[in-house]
Write a protein that binds this ligand. Sequence first.
Ligand SMILES: NC(=O)c1ccc[n+]([C@@H]2O[C@H](COP(=O)([O-])OP(=O)(O)OC[C@H]3O[C@@H](n4cnc5c(N)ncnc54)[C@H](OP(=O)(O)O)[C@@H]3O)[C@@H](O)[C@H]2O)c1
Length: 292
Amino acid sequence: MSRPGTALVTGASTGIGLELSRVFAARGHDLVLVARSKHKLDEVAAGLSAKHGVRVVVLPADLQDPESAERIARAVAREGVTVDYLVNNAGFGVAAPFVEVDVRRSLDMIALNITALTHLTHLFAKGMRERGRGGVLNIASTAGFQPGPGMAVYYATKAYVISFSEALAEELAHTGVHVTAFCPGPVHTEFARIAGNEDSVLFKLGAAKADTVARDAYDAFMKRRVVFVPGTSNWLGVQLLRVSPRALVRKVAAWVNSKTEPKTGSGGSSGPSAKPGTPSNGGRAPRANSAS
Ligand SMILES: NC(=O)c1ccc[n+]([C@@H]2O[C@H](COP(=O)([O-])OP(=O)(O)OC[C@H]3O[C@@H](n4cnc5c(N)ncnc54)[C@H](OP(=O)(O)O)[C@@H]3O)[C@@H](O)[C@H]2O)c1
């Protein structure tokens, strides 16, 4: 029986990328796993190949480094692997007013969320088009449909991902190569802790489970959906954004990115502070993903 194609997944060490790797492996895909944490990738690889009998190649890389994409392409070629599916999942956000964020953090975010995604897509989509088969799954966000006061650069990076993916899907239509922008709302992962928005109204309103989100992403991708928003409330929210005045959209986005009041022991309010644009981490650099 023919194998279902090899998938390269970025940000595969934890969160949505880890769950996506599990879904691909469970469906019989060989894998190439990319992230910075080699030890975590090695653990994931050992577990997935033992459980599903798939081949898993680990390529540790910091995708903020502009040389990484080409290094990965060379390493993949050395391993004799053909990448049939590229999953651009690695990304991070920063929750604080733009002028208070160290500009290097914002530039690192653009390097990872936009530049690396674009570079890897160029390197691998060319081969897919030549072979007449394959696909690119880009993990965007509902953030990409609106401006995001309090997380301005992050929301803008995701708007790029949606626009780029849609355009590429059209360019590659009828070549056998499909492209999906998958746009989840809040998800329980390390993302909120790293961004510093665990206490935001957005995350307090509820977050999806990463394994559910990953299954939805795989299904939408294999069904060749171009833009997919999982979950009824997320989907309705995006439809509302399309018909609402932009000035209102900005205010609401500022509110959902604002910090909720901490609970007090004497029955104090746990509701949102409703102070537009209030940073949830005071503009401090997030921990784990700080520039290396
Ligand atoms: N969680 C949410 O609420 C949410 C909602 C919508 C969209 N998304 C998007 O979903 C994607 C995955 O996020 P997540 O929630 O799973 O976050 P996460 O739990 O923080 O995982 C991020 C992954 O990216 C990797 N990564 C981070 N910086 C990297 C770098 N410089 N080079 C290589 N790999 C790097 C991390 O591994 P290492 O630290 O080992 O490098 C990790 O595997 C992101 O694009 C995010 O924007 C998330």
